[in-house]
Design a protein around this ligand. Structure first.
Ligand SMILES: [Fe+2]
Length: 374
């Protein structure tokens, strides 16, 4: 390692293990609890089981979180939390619920609506008072260990990330058992989202030696385990490895942010309805080949450590795995046509993340990259 300097800040307490949820009562610091989840986790009783484990008497449930949470939904949950004088918020679910819980826990004691702080809003968040605990039920998003939330403004049809120093959860509780019942297509798409987090952190212009070490171990773990987790949903070892890979990838990209893959995923989700995992992984093999030009020696090190003979060998393996777990690698699979590329490029280039991609990235280059995988 040559001369290097960096700053690493990850203030979230990590609690990991099968049945970790059962120890929640020892972690809670409050008396009035809001459990945020989605209709599925509420209707199958998971939200209620988590509530019981906290041993708190005053509990309210908000279970209306939709995929790509809207600002309007966040405001609705804030009203419920304020009304009940909530001092502990649990975000139970995938990235959507955890992202929403970050903003809700802050707004309980910050006046106004999400729109006053996000997008064109000009208020600044003051410190969060409520305790925030994030509990992922998928293995992919890593939101439980980042200070970023992504929200969709339904009126302007835009999806943009928002970062705050008060968004770091106090506790990330990862109980791999919660992922055992995930259906194969969710295991596949969320698992490859984690892969994108790891490799984007690795090639990012913001990478550092710690995020590099974490990313390499995540990439290996996912290559070795994702097919097993998809094909054998009850395989405890594969599930544990995927949960570990997901949170580790989160810790890695919490420092570096993501890059072009995630920038392009925003219009693919908003305008083509692709889930976050698919909207990211669909361009992954193309971005691996692209990033090689801008990060040659680092990418050479990565594939050599992992036992691949060339970048094509590595990108080809990623593509093969994706095909075997039924994930698309062509944009036509989500109904993107050549005439749509100009719009996708324009929106993607506005996301600051795009500029963390290594190498030369501009409208023309991105258009060419996307055209190659139509
Ligand atoms: Fe992601």
């Amino acid at each position: 390692m040559g001369n290097t300097s960096f700053n690493y800040f990850m203030p979230t307490q990590l609690v990991f293990g099968d049945d970790a949820t059962l120890g929640l009562d020892g972690l809670i610091k409050g008396k009035s609890l809001l459990i945020m989840s989605d209709p599925f986790l509420y209707n199958n009783g998971t939200a209620q089981e988590v509530a019981e484990a906290t041993k708190i008497d005053s509990v309210v449930f908000f279970h209306e979180i939709e995929p790509n949470p809207s600002c309007q939904t966040v405001d609705k949950a804030v009203a419920l939390a304020r009304e009940n004088k909530v001092d502990v918020v649990i975000g139970l679910g995938g990235g959507s619920t955890m992202d929403a819980s970050k903003m809700v826990s802050c707004l309980i004691d910050n006046e106004g609506s999400i729109f006053d702080y996000y997008s064109t809003g000009n208020k600044t968040l003051l410190p969060r008072k409520a305790q925030l605990i994030c509990i992922p039920t998928t293995a992919g998003t890593g939101s439980e260990v980042t200070n970023i939330g992504v929200y969709t403004n339904k009126e302007t049809h835009t999806k943009m990330p928002f970062a705050s120093e008060y968004f770091w959860p106090d506790i990330a509780l990862i109980d791999p058992k919660l992922t055992y019942t995930l259906p194969p297509h969710i295991t596949a798409s969320t698992g490859m989202d984690a892969f994108c987090h790891a490799i984007e952190a690795y090639w990012s212009v913001n990478s550092n030696p710690i995020s590099d070490a974490l990313s390499i171990s995540v990439i290996k773990k996912i290559l070795d385990n994702i097919e097993m987790a998809v094909n054998e949903p009850g395989n405890v070892e594969a599930r544990n490895n995927m949960s570990f890979a997901s949170v580790t990838a989160g810790i890695s990209f919490s420092q570096t942010k993501t890059t072009g893959i995630h920038a392009v995923s925003f219009p693919l989700t908003v305008d083509f309805g692709a889930s976050h995992g698919i909207a990211c992984s669909i361009t992954l093999p193309a971005f691996i080949r692209f990033a090689y030009a801008g990060r040659k020696s680092k990418m050479d090190y990565l594939f050599t450590v992992l036992g691949f003979s060339s970048i094509e060998d590595f990108a080809g393996r990623v593509e093969d795995i994706m095909t075997r777990i039924d994930l698309p690698t062509r944009l036509s699979a989500i109904n993107v046509k050549e005439s749509d590329l100009e719009h996708i490029v324009e929106v993607s280039m506005k996301a600051p993340l795009i500029h963390f991609t290594p190498g030369t990235m501009n409208q023309e280059v991105l258009h060419k990259l996307l055209k190659s995988i139509l």
